[in-house]
Design a protein around this ligand. Structure first.
Ligand SMILES: [Zn+2]
Length: 137
């Protein structure tokens, strides 16, 4: 269990990587712009998040989250996606552990070498992504 608000689903093998399907079990979420808590569900969205390798397999988390209406009149955001701030940044495609590994390897090597070394850990990050993550210290 990753968090109290996430339920683990199936694990399957596809093209040499593990994909773990999860979905949140909350009955609402707080708007990340105004903080208003909403129960009014709009639809669902799947986040694909890269995680650290497991037993020499790349690991991808596919998390089904709710999109909710923000009913606060003064809020500029009318629909928002349930945040996964315990796992990744807003709109992040890698979890914090993967970003930390990219950051630690990029500190020691050039960005091109870091990008190629990271492939050994099944982490796909371009040299510019390595630099961008390094600058977000
Ligand atoms: Zn709002």
């Amino acid at each position: 269990m990753i968090s109290d608000s996430v339920f683990a689903g199936i694990i399957c093998n596809k093209t040499g990587s593990l994909i773990v399907f999860l979905h949140t079990i909350g009955k609402g979420a707080s708007c990340p712009y105004c903080g208003h808590f909403s129960h009014r569900l709009h639809s669902y969205h799947s986040h694909h998040i890269q995680d650290l390798e497991v037993y020499d397999y790349a690991l991808e988390l596919v998390i089904k989250v709710g999109k909710y209406y923000c009913d606060k009149v003064c809020c500029p955001r009318k629909i928002f996606c349930e945040p996964l701030s315990f796992l990744t940044r807003w709109y992040g495609r890698r979890n914090y552990l993967v970003e930390e590994r990219i950051r630690s390897i990029s500190l020691e090597l050039t960005s091109r070498k870091a990008s190629s070394i990271l492939r050994l850990f099944y982490i796909t990050a371009s040299s510019s992504s390595c630099l961008r993550i390094l600058y977000t210290l």
